[in-house]
Ligand binder design. Structure first.
Ligand code: GLV
Ligand code: MG
Length: 352
């Protein structure tokens, strides 16, 4: 027999806090990754924290095997010593099939569980992974005497994970969101790209031959390798009331293509992206904040639509009950971001 609907919000361990009924929506334009095994980076954490929405200590890929324990200890140090203000502190633990994942969860929850907002779990393949983490976290929360449940974010980076994306999103009330992991996903699927995110010039469509000149050059247009996965991820997340994010963009020097990748994600419904280098922080903050002219237009439609029903024309365009809802999405995001970012509040005309 499946679990009764009434039992989904009961703690999974005696003494663990009650599960959340809704995922809090906080400004989350940029998840900035730092390696806690690197003392220089740890020393910089207090300086970087106020410039990002989320600071994430990465224990997984990118950290050499012989530094896994140092990274875990560095993360504990950051949790205990850095004043995060209203910036969220996340960590990415090692995967559930690695020799470090269990110790990562045990140490971080018992040492700094009260400081962590979200735990990112990589290489999630199905609901069974989230059920394991859900129960384990409840036990650790009870042991640590935590009063607030930890949230979990999964990386979508295997073919089986994508096939099971809906059940992953709905597997636990802790599920906060998903990130697209294009590097692992490309490898797992056997995609023939060696790039970390972004497009590929070989993935294209081409104009038909010109019937009167077979040799005439034929225009091509590069296509988006990630469109299907991103759209599927957004639908699954929204259907379960959780937040979709784009993941890493590896070509740090190509800030233009990074911006394009982030903007595609923003327009499709993602709330933010990862930054792997300080140069990507302002890109993510800019791209995942609605442009002031769109906020102004959206407000104009909302004001003109009165009670939100009916239809009218503004600048030659039809507005109605549905389009005013689109405008509410933009204005609500602008208001939420402005509450954290005084520069944006100024740009939107919200500071007074
Ligand atoms: C991120 O973890 C990725 O594999 O792209
Ligand atoms: Mg990965």
């Amino acid at each position: 027999m499946v679990k009764s609907a009434k039992d989904f919000f009961k703690p999974l361990a005696v003494g663990a806090p009650e599960p959340l009924r809704e995922i809090p929506v906080r400004p989350s334009r940029v998840i900035h990754f730092f390696p806690p095994s690197n003392a220089k980076m740890v020393a910089k954490a207090p300086e970087i924290a106020p410039t990002v929405d989320i600071l994430l200590g990465n224990l997984e890929d990118g950290v050499p095997a012989d530094q896994k324990e140092a990274a875990r200890a560095g993360m504990v140090d950051v949790g205990k010593t850095v004043d995060m203000g209203d910036t969220q502190l996340w960590t990415r633990t090692n995967s559930l099939d690695s020799p470090w994942g269990l110790d990562d969860l045990y140490t971080l929850v018992t040492e700094i569980g009260d400081k962590l907002d979200v735990i990112m779990i990589p290489k999630v393949e199905g609901a069974e992974d989230m059920h394991f983490v859900d129960r384990l976290l409840a036990q650790l929360e009870a042991k640590a005497g935590l009063t607030k449940p930890l949230m979990v974010h999964a990386i979508l980076e295997t073919a089986r994970g994508v096939a099971n994306v809906e059940e992953i999103c709905g597997a636990s009330p802790r599920m906060q969101g998903l990130s697209l992991g294009p590097a692992d996903l490309a490898a797992n699927r056997g995609m023939k790209t060696t790039r970390v995110g972004g497009g590929h010039p070989g993935y294209l469509v081409r104009d038909d031959p010109n019937p009167s000149d077979e040799d005439a050059p034929r225009a091509t247009a590069q296509q988006d390798l990630w469109h299907y996965t991103m759209a599927r991820m957004v639908d699954s997340c929204v259907a379960h009331g959780i937040l979709p994010f784009y993941g890493p963009f590896g070509d740090i020097a190509d800030t233009t293509a990074c911006e394009d990748q982030f903007r595609n994600a923003y327009l499709l419904g993602c709330v933010g992206a990862w930054s792997l280098h300080p140069a990507q922080i302002p890109i993510a903050k800019r791209v995942f904040s609605p442009p002031p002219e769109e906020v102004a237009h959206a407000q104009q439609v909302i004001d003109a639509m009165g009670d939100g029903t009916g239809a009218l024309m503004i600048d030659g365009k039809m507005e109605d009950d549905a389009s005013v809802k689109q405008c509410h999405v933009v204005v609500a995001l602008a208001r939420s971001l402005a509450s954290r970012d005084p520069e944006l509040a100024e740009l939107y005309g919200y500071s007074s």
